[in-house]
Ligand binder design. Sequence first.
Ligand code: SF4
Ligand code: SF4
Length: 338
Amino acid sequence: MYISWKERVKNRFSKYPKVWSALQWLKTVMYVFNYLRYYGFGIRSKSGSIREINVEFCSACNLRCKFCALDHLKPKQHISPKVLEKVLMELYTNPLFKNVEVLNLYNGGETLLHPNRLELFELIAHHKQSALKQGKRFPKVLLLTNGMLLRESLAKSILELNVLDVIQFSLDGGTKEKFEELRVNAKWKKFYSNVSDLIQLKNELQPNLQIKSITIVEEPNDLSVDWMDEEFRGLIDRMDSFELRRLHDWGGEIELNDNKQKNKYKLGCNMAMHQLVVLPNGDVTVCCNDLNSKGVIGNVQEQSMGEIYSSKERRHYLDKLLFGKRDEIELCKGCQSF
Ligand code: SF4
Ligand code: SF4
């Protein structure tokens, strides 16, 4: 069993106020340390602080999950190959991004809803190969999907490209009834069959692919698989790894009735320090909690990723967070998650 390390730390220590507050301070100290390391004293480090870049293929979603903060009324947008290519090129040619460990193919919306998703996967495969041929590192490529569109023929085409390192499923609830209740419009039977087919195909076509799941567990259920129904638990057991989590608040966009989530910690944010998110129209936002473009700091159609990374717009976020002025940032003022 694997419970996300954040949940484990929270479960274990949030009941001890002194330890909990020491841990919050440690987080702050790390933020200050990274701020000084990458941006301090007027000297900018040659390598950047970004560890993960998320790319949103499509702004819309085929589901209406109960807890999701995505604005389903906003116009549907799809990323173009040109925008994606600009991001991919800089990943292995600009030293500022040499610390990027993961290219996440998700943000808001469902990645597989993009009408030309295979063309985009081919583009990523091409750049991955090109980077490796030049002896450069290319980050791990991770697709997070709700799984409803991953029918066998599409899964086969994706696996034949050998481009993804990880496919991660959102597998919430703990029982098939709860899954369908939380993930509105999803059908357990279809999901189960798509994931089972993928596991079978992986063994034949791409054994090195990691198949993972994230399961949101609602209280009062424990963060364990013991209480889950047999078929649900059976599917989790067939994953290469899985993670159990409590719900987070999407940057304060949704209300949580969980006092353990509330904390007084207001200084710094590791998401802002280590992440950049590219939206389908080329806008870049500060973190993956921003499902509705409140934290846009630039656009890759007009600037390079390097310019956006170093921009005063991004520094504005980092500086406000450093000085404990989270409440002055529209995106961050209600965020309790990170
Ligand atoms: S699958 Fe993801 S983006 Fe779609 S509604 Fe559910 S949580 Fe939101
Ligand atoms: S504090 Fe702001 S930057 Fe950090 S996770 Fe929350 S919304 Fe994102």
